[in-house]
Write a protein of this length. Structure first.
Length: 175
């Protein structure tokens, strides 16, 4: 049985235990109007050390600023992680950014991503948001995961987030 719960700051190092390996065959590109699927062959073996350090450091800051970092645990093993910022974004201050969502490769397609997404939506609603802002890695599997759950291309593009991750697919999801 998988337990979904808040990750304490002193547990964030466990993120490194998540096997994020994945074979990628297709990616999305945003054409300015809609999404276009293109061939892209890549084998992601896991986190590199610099990326992992940056992720953990940012999750600490996110938590200190009132955001939520939530994990999925199979006994003591972390098998997924997601987070949502407390800071509201957009002209109407109605978005909260979902920062990360990683699922261990051996646990994909078991509903864990949906449970973590639901936890982020619930917390963002408590923060007063109406939508999640998701800057999704453009891989087909990642973008399709969000689209199947009702996400769509953002109406209001966050220029700061877009400048950081212009290749990402920027989505919004009603809470």
């Amino acid at each position: 049985m998988i337990l979904i719960r808040k990750i304490e700051n002193d547990e964030l190092y466990k993120i490194k235990e998540i096997d994020r390996s994945e074979e990628i065959f297709e990616m999305y590109k945003h054409s300015g109007v809609d999404l276009k699927l293109i061939s892209h062959a890549e084998n992601v073996s896991g986190f590199d050390e610099l990326e992992l350090t940056e992720i953990i450091t940012w999750q600490l800051k996110l938590a200190k600023r009132g955001g939520l970092v939530v994990g999925a645990f199979d006994e003591a093993k972390i098998v997924g992680v997601a987070s949502v910022e407390k800071q509201k974004r957009g002209a109407q201050q109605n978005y909260c950014k979902m920062d990360i969502l990683y699922i261990d490769n051996q646990y994909k397609r078991h509903g864990i991503g949906s449970q973590l997404l639901a936890a982020c939506k619930k917390e963002a609603k408590k923060f007063g948001a109406e939508k999640l802002y998701i800057s999704a890695t453009p891989t087909k599997n990642t973008v399709d995961f969000y689209l199947r759950r009702g996400a769509r291309l953002v109406v209001e593009l966050d220029q700061v987030l877009f400048a950081k991750e212009p290749e990402d697919i920027h989505l919004e999801l009603d809470i």
